[in-house]
Unconditional design. Structure first.
Lengths: 338, 349
């Protein structure tokens, strides 16, 4: 599911003659490495915990808390696709969640309206980021650094240090519900991921966005508006942060002003492990989702073996460095062999 | 929408002298004076030496060095996302040296600086060897160090901080030059931390302006390929710039530890945002090739004046963040406007 500007996902090449080379190509993709890593990690964790991983409760919890990191990783990925960054994803998620909870509790809005409002708010803030980047021509890193600081203040302003809970029985029920043995929030995250994949692989604005990210100059000569791509990417990133806020509301049952603080670094870790280039032009929805899965595995291992929480950060950092180094070595080797 | 800005190469401009108002540093000085005047009118206590001025100078000293640490790699067009954790690791090294080997102040400081420089050099080595984006490498390093710092503190101390401090370190925290008198003449009310930061500012400024290494780092930042072709060892300069960043992060960690009165795991937690704020406000670009050391110091001073002033006006910590963010956006937009205007004036009609 890697979409690049140069090569669209190849579905046509299924002739028998092409099979061996296609197999080799599949094995060589970074997604395949990630799938293998995810499967090995999952099996190893199952074996070492005497099958505790497969018990219904553990499995459900595993996938339920995978939903938000997945969506946040995607929110960062859409901006990375145009070669920019969005430092405000984490705090924006917290802000949207706080505003939605406030709308339900203090303003008395029904849950569906609040949910829609949270997503709209996210998209609007993202749109603001994009417009600022386009009109001021300031680096997106700096713009979102500034908006991150602003949103951080606003997020605290919603309810100060207080906590909101019992905002909506329906939403909390949704957060705990399961379908075919999988938590509904995880299925929603998967559906959103599929939509993001469709956007980049099959729609014109999505392809334009990738073209702008790959080479702004070439995109411009081909009649693509880079400014529109930038605004669209930031708005989409904000919208996804809004979705993450809704999922957080559903699964956690209580929100306060610290929601989203621990999401910024993971938001970069997932796409980077998943093989998304920071230079832009490349996205990998599957890779990003798998990377979130692997990070979650490390998390669960920490809980299962009661290891110091800090080992997780150490291991995730080492994994990101390892992936980056192996990627660099792989390109060097393939360049040498060809 | 001005699409031409990104796509067309810049027209070569005649070297016209920029008008005075177009000098960004003067704008910063005016802003700084205006802010101080504003806060003094609102709260006369703003000019109280003990309450405000001395602590503020100490804070400016710490965060100016933090800003310089980021500036050292911005010169290359790189970023250092691990400034905070490099500072924490050097503070740990200093604390360990004192705790286990009973090292005096100067040795503890040297150990901390060496640790910072080593970590920076490691980041620079990985970046220059693999060609991977500096953001990714230092982010991963930050992740790894967050974990490592807490694990180290957990295994070498009772909790999250070392108990003792080297002799003389608490003087750095509490004393000003007014406490040292030669006969009847006492020094000014300046904290002892300030000259250390001043030395760092001077060294970094001289390095980038006059030294061969510094100029070559800037050239590598401006155009790595051209620099390589001109015989500049770009890889070595990359490693050196990152090592300098780590060294300065280590110094900032030491200064903050002195200011806090303990080598603790929390040192450096809040370094990332100010580290970008100060150089960017001061006019250093993220693309590399140009730095403004003086601008960084002014940027730090402005941020700290806003913090202190809003603090005195009894704003909440999180309201402060809101205003700092707005000021940053406004300052950058004005700067952009100034650029556009200056360019228009500079090009003869």
């Amino acid at each position: 599911m890697t979409s690049t500007v140069e090569s669209t996902p190849t579905r046509a090449a299924t002739t028998p003659a092409a099979a061996p080379s296609r197999l080799r190509r599949t094995v060589r993709t970074s997604e395949f490495t990630l799938v293998a890593l995810a499967v090995i990690g999952f099996v190893a964790l199952t074996l070492t915990t005497d099958g505790n991983m497969l018990s219904a409760g553990t499995l459900a919890a595993f996938f339920r808390f995978l939903a938000v990191p997945m969506i946040i990783g995607l929110a960062q990925m859409v901006v990375l696709a145009i070669g920019q960054m969005n430092l405000s994803v984490g705090v924006l998620t917290g802000f949207c969640a706080m505003v939605a909870a406030w709308a339900m509790l203090e303003a008395g809005l029904p849950a569906p309206l609040a949910v829609a409002g949270a997503m709209l708010l996210g998209a609007a803030v993202g749109l603001g980021n994009g417009l600022l980047v386009v009109f001021t021509r300031i680096n997106a890193f700096i713009v979102t650094l500034a908006t991150m600081t602003i949103i951080d203040g606003l997020r605290y302003g919603v309810n100060g240090p207080g906590t909101y809970q019992d905002y909506s029985a329906g939403l909390e029920e949704l957060g705990q519900a399961s379908l075919f043995g999988l938590p509904v929030v995880f299925l929603i995250a998967c559906a959103v991921a599929a939509m993001v994949w469709f956007f980049f692989a099959r729609t014109v604005p999505g392809r334009h966005l990738l073209a702008s990210g790959g080479s702004p100059f070439a995109a411009r000569l081909s009649g693509v508006s880079n400014d529109r791509s930038i605004v669209l990417a930031h708005a989409l990133s904000g919208l996804l942060a809004g979705v993450a806020a809704v999922l957080t509301l559903a699964q956690s049952g209580s929100v306060n002003a610290t929601i989203g603080d621990d999401l910024l670094l993971p938001s970069f870790a997932a796409p980077i492990i998943g093989g998304v280039a920071l230079a832009g032009g490349v996205v990998s929805v599957l890779g990003t989702s798998l990377a979130a899965f692997i990070v979650r595995l490390v998390d669960v291992a920490q809980a299962q073996f009661a290891i110091n929480r800090r080992w997780v950060d150490l291991i995730v950092g080492a994994v990101v460095l390892g992936v980056v180094l192996s990627g660099a070595i792989r390109t060097k080797l393939s360049r040498r062999s060809s | 929408m001005k699409q031409e800005d990104t796509t067309t190469p810049e027209q070569p401009r005649p070297p016209a002298r920029l008008p005075l108002w177009a000098n960004p540093r003067i704008g910063l000085v005016v802003l700084l004076i205006a802010l101080i005047a504003l806060f003094t009118t609102l709260r006369p206590a703003f000019l109280n030496t003990q309450l405000t001025l001395v602590p503020m100078q100490a804070d400016i000293s710490v965060y100016a060095v933090v800003g310089l640490s980021q500036l050292a790699v911005l010169s290359l067009g790189h970023m250092n996302m691990a400034v905070g954790r490099m500072a924490a690791m050097s503070a740990f090294a200093s604390g360990l040296l004192h705790d286990r080997l009973d090292a005096p102040l100067i040795l503890a400081l040297a150990g901390g600086l060496a640790m910072g420089a080593l970590l920076g050099a490691l980041a620079g080595l990985i970046i220059s060897r693999t060609g991977v984006n500096s953001f990714v490498v230092t982010l991963a390093l930050d992740f790894a160090l967050i974990g490592l710092v807490s694990l180290l503190y957990a295994s070498f101390t009772d909790g999250v901080a070392f108990n003792g401090l080297p002799a003389g370190m608490s003087a750095l925290r509490t004393d000003t030059f007014a406490d040292y008198c030669a006969g009847d003449v006492c020094g000014p009310e300046i904290p002892l931390l300030a000259p250390i930061a001043l030395v760092a500012v001077l060294v970094v400024g001289l390095l980038f302006r006059w030294s061969r290494t510094g100029r070559e780092v800037l050239m590598a930042g401006s155009n790595a390929k051209a620099a390589e072709l001109s015989g500049i060892p770009v890889r070595l300069r990359t490693i050196q710039a990152h090592a300098l960043s780590g060294l300065l992060a280590g110094l900032a960690g030491f200064l903050l530890s002195a200011n806090n009165g303990a080598f603790s795991a929390g040192v450096g937690d809040g370094f990332l945002l100010p580290s970008f704020l100060a150089p960017v406000l001061g006019g250093t670009l993220l693309v590399g090739g140009a730095v403004s050391v003086l601008g960084t110091v002014l940027g730090t001073a402005i941020t700290q004046v806003i913090y202190k002033g809003l603090n005195l006006l009894q704003f909440q910590v999180d309201e402060l963040k809101l205003y700092i963010g707005l000021v940053l956006l406004a300052a950058l937009s004005l700067d952009r406007l100034r650029h556009v205007l200056a360019e228009r004036r500079g090009v003869p009609a």
